[in-house]
Design a protein around this ligand. Structure first.
Ligand SMILES: [Zn+2]
Length: 215
């Protein structure tokens, strides 16, 4: 078993694009600080691909994101559970995470919120806490369209270049942008980062809920 290392950060994304939307600026900032990131995606959402796109479209879009971040093959893992099917595989997901606790021993885990009402997101949030509650700091990213409430307990400050890069990463998801999802828009991404920045007198920021903080 590896010793826990605060430089190792595990990012959990129920579907491709969740982590970019929730903490894309933070990921860019952490990579700039040479943190060791391992990014797990549980579903490539084949069911959400528009009709005239190939089934592996969203997986390829995520690989494009990894390329834009210069991630090595060992820095991400992609699983192929079906959309809205993660609750059926709760135990498997827990076992994946428990294995990562041993093999990667992250100091920090960043994943979805317990206040996220998407069933797949909620499963990952719960299993994340079950797996890491006594070993790692755990924070949850914000996806405002999925929350009834969200506590802005922790902020990670961002510079304009981080937010610009976040937007560039999201532009890889052409199959989603084409659906005119407003949360992929520059106006929204900069607007939310500015809002969170204003709350802490910074230029830009991303907000997080704190589940556990261990130092
Ligand atoms: Zn999602």
């Amino acid at each position: 078993m590896m010793n826990k290392d605060s430089k190792r950060i595990l990012i959990l994304s129920p579907h491709t694009d969740d982590a970019e939307l929730g903490c894309g600026g933070t990921i860019v900032k952490l990579l700039g600080k040479r943190k060791k990131i391992l990014w797990i995606v549980f579903s490539t959402a084949e069911e959400s691909v528009p009709k005239n796109f190939p089934k592996n479209t969203i997986k390829n879009e995520f690989l494009e994101v990894c390329k834009k971040l210069n991630l090595g093959d060992e820095q991400y893992m992609i699983y192929n559970y079906g959309v809205r099917k993660l609750p059926d595989f709760r135990q498997e997901i827990l076992e994946i995470l428990v294995k990562l606790k041993k093999d990667f021993a992250p100091g920090l885990v960043i994943g979805p919120s317990l206040n996220d009402y998407h069933q797949d997101h909620l499963v990952v949030a719960n299993e994340m806490i079950r797996a890491f509650k006594s070993s790692s700091s755990i924070i949850s990213y914000e996806l405002p369209w999925n929350h009834v409430t969200f506590s802005n307990q922790m902020f990670i400050t961002l510079e304009k270049k981080h937010v610009t890069k976040k937007l560039e990463l999201l532009s890889s998801y052409k199959s989603q942008v084409i659906k005119n999802r407003s949360y992929f828009s520059s106006e929204f991404i900069f607007g939310l980062a500015k809002t969170r920045g204003v709350q802490i007198n910074a230029e830009y920021a991303e907000a997080f809920e704190v589940i556990r903080w261990i130092d």
